[in-house]
Design a protein. Structure first.
Length: 274
């Protein structure tokens, strides 16, 4: 089933009709369910926040499929994992992606583990399963850090600066096709304001619009640049255009990533997200 409502950040200067359609999509998102995190059949739906962009860049063209041949990107595949858990309070089975960014530490969106009690499960590319502990949970930025003892995958470094037109690959575990590599290009860079995953508070975030579609379960997959660094973490698909997706910029991940490197105690994952 489709399970995550997605309303994109407002586009940069362009045809007025697209802007008006984007506003309509925010309203439609309250009724239509679109997916990145997979829930088991019959469990309901999940949303990602709509946001208004206060700054945006020029538009870049389609990605080059040849980028997947980069040996540095190929090496990054082993550092991408699947994250699953059960939010029993609302009867949901959650599934998303994540990536190793430090020893025994995985980053994933907060909505992938929201409401999960006990230990989420992390599966690596070789099919090995590990029990994880949520040590950072940030519903405002929609990110979480998992401590995963025994996970030996190499940590992926963060990219220091990105530019419109940068090429990369989105790597994640799609429900329909397993581990998936999707060519992408950084299309827009937006400073957005929108609600957190519970629709309780407004937060500002640096969001990338990517020319590159994603499938169910790929929320949390890294956008890996051609030099093997992580430019951002994917968290949503575009409701209006299946060619586009959205990622939190690496600059948005840094503070919680640093805190998560040494955090060992379990934290609350709140309730099921809206």
């Amino acid at each position: 089933m489709i399970d995550e409502v997605v309303s994109p950040p407002s586009p940069p200067a362009g045809p007025r009709n697209r802007f008006l359609f984007a506003i309509g999509a925010v309203v439609l998102a309250a009724l239509v369910v679109v997916a990145l995190v997979w829930w088991a059949p019959g469990t309901g739906g999940h949303r990602t926040s709509g946001a208004a962009a206060s700054r945006s860049s020029a538009v870049a063209g389609p990605p080059d499929g040849a980028v997947t041949a980069s040996p540095l990107i190929a090496a990054a595949v082993a550092s991408v994992v699947r994250v699953t858990g059960t939010a029993r309070s609302c009867g949901r089975r959650l599934r998303g992606s994540g990536f190793v960014y430090a020893a025994n530490r995985v980053m994933t969106p907060a909505h992938v583990v929201a409401g999960v009690r006990g230990s989420p499960t992390v599966d690596d590319w070789q099919g090995r399963s590990f029990k994880a502990t949520v040590v950072i949970f940030d519903p405002g930025r929609d990110l979480a850090v998992l401590r995963v003892p025994g996970l030996t995958a190499r940590a992926l470094p963060f990219r220091q600066k990105s530019h419109v037109g940068d090429a990369g690959v989105i790597i994640g575990y799609a429900r329909s096709g397993g581990l998936t590599e999707t060519p992408a290009r950084l299309r827009w860079m937006n400073l957005t304001r929108g609600p957190d995953i519970y629709h309780r508070r407004i937060t500002a975030r640096q969001v990338f619009t990517l020319y590159g579609g994603i499938g169910l379960g790929m929320s949390g997959g890294p956008l890996v640049a051609t030099d093997g660094t992580v430019s951002g973490m994917v968290f949503a698909a575009d409701l209006m255009d299946s060619r586009d997706s959205y990622a939190l910029a690496a600059s948005e991940l840094g503070a919680q990533a640093d805190a998560g490197r040494t955090a060992v105690s379990a934290v609350s994952t709140g309730g099921c997200s809206a």
